[in-house]
Design a binder for this molecule. Sequence first.
Ligand SMILES: Cc1cc2nc3c(=O)[nH]c(=O)nc-3n(C[C@H](O)[C@H](O)[C@H](O)COP(=O)(O)OP(=O)(O)OC[C@H]3O[C@@H](n4cnc5c(N)ncnc54)[C@H](O)[C@@H]3O)c2cc1C
Ligand code: SF4
Length: 511
Amino acid sequence: MSGGYYSARDHVGALRLDCDVVVVGSGAGGSVVATELAASGLRVIVLEEGPRIEGPLHGQMRPSESMRHAWRDGAFTAAVPLGDTPAINVTMGRCVGGSSVLTGGVCFRVPGAVLHEWQRELGLEDYSEAGLDPYVRHVERAIHVEEVPVGMRSRSTALFVEGAERLGVPIKAIRRNTKDCNGCGRCNFGCPHGAKMSVDLSYLPRAVAHGADVWSHALVDRVVTRNGRAVGVVGRILNRPGGAPGDRLEVRARRVVVAAGAWHTPSLLRRSGVGHPRWLGRQMTLHPGFRVLARFARPVRGWQGALQSAYTDAFEHEGITLMGLFVPTGVLGATMPGVGAEHVAAASQIGHLAMFGGIIHDSGGGSVHRGPGREPVVTYRMAPGDRAKIPRVITLLAETFFAAGAEEVFIPVLGLRGLDADAFRKTDLARVPASRIECASQHPLGSARMGCSRENSVVDPDGRVWDTRELYVADGSVVPTSLGVNPQLSIMTVATRFAWRMRERALPPLD
Ligand SMILES: Cc1cc2nc3c(=O)[nH]c(=O)nc-3n(C[C@H](O)[C@H](O)[C@H](O)COP(=O)(O)OP(=O)(O)OC[C@H]3O[C@@H](n4cnc5c(N)ncnc54)[C@H](O)[C@@H]3O)c2cc1C
Ligand code: SF4
């Protein structure tokens, strides 16, 4: 039995389908569940709002085109800051493969300390390192997780490592889901060489080979429930000019899996009248992130080499992880200060710039609200303890670059030009208002958290929405706390566990 890829944009008239399991969203969580269930012989349909973009096309698109086609809101989504909080630009994928298509490929298992917290605070007894081991190993094989060799590090990362060694900070190699990566550094705009094993390449083709149908341009509005049981989904296919919502979409299913990502899953469940309101859309964590650029006298050419190859968890006890990154030069140019000739002079230094980033293992402060249109509005109130870490992250990054010989650093504070070591040390970062701090996130999590009782969660330890039969959530929204590390492997591990448990449960007939 073979399934296929279909574009609902090309479909004329209402689209009505039946299946065993319908999966809403084709990202890291949804694709894993769809593939595991299709491989077990179930008839699976995946519905994805975004387009399907095949590998080589990623290489043909400029970053600005990629943002328009593959990213949510052209990459301009933001969490609205409340209180002493910077505005946070939150990026996500909106395409077949979801945000997995845009990753740097970084893979971390759920840290042991985080699992202990889940067991202690949420009663998630099965979520131990030993308990998750079969699932994580299965995923690591499927997405080909491998360590980035030192020889593939960019000069940008190598310089940071030099500085860290001088300061006695241990640096570790990152593992990524890649196969035959040539280090071209384009990962965040989709891999043009098919070397990054995002779920559109590592999972979905297997789902299709086992009979799953993957529909792009299919926007789900709500889950249909009858007598306390999920029986399908309804929405619109995006077949109007410009991809606007058009004809009706109706899928009847024996089981529904929502995997629309932590940003959208809460709204979808709320519109469907399911999910405990105490936790649904609450406590979203973001891993607020900051990056520092450093200018060196000698050329760096930071774009050559694996985008992300080294990190340090030496500050994990402070709730901080530092990690290598780089962005394409066109994007970098737009972040340089000055206008006119001054900007040209600054941008001409791009070949001499190195970059490293840091994320905060945050305690949650995100709330998902109903927006004026299709998109939710997310507010984020940073906890005082997390806010206090921002100067520390920036200082750790800047001082490491100075230790490596950087002439000046560009820190994520609006209105500041490059600072040499003296000027940086005279800058009182603790007094910089939140409104001047540049902050970004790629890791929304926890907005439909899992737990062991309906009093502390939206879904149970197997992903089942409390009090609605045959309705599951399997994406970043179930991850109940922030992780302190990049989440894709954790999301896929949890999704695999959910799928294997689903396989053991008989399905009711279509309603
Ligand atoms: C630029 C970038 C870089 C990243 N780098 C890394 C990294 O190196 N390592 C790492 O571990 N993580 C990384 N991440 C994070 C990682 O990609 C995500 O945590 C992960 O993909 C989230 O999985 P998910 O299933 O929750 O959601 P997603 O993968 O975002 O998938 C959700 C899908 O649901 C679709 N959808 C939403 N609503 C609907 C609807 N109503 N109807 C139909 N479809 C819908 C969306 O379009 C989307 O495709 C990165 C993310 C970004 C954006
Ligand atoms: S660096 Fe490797 S994984 Fe990233 S885009 Fe280039 S070939 Fe693909």
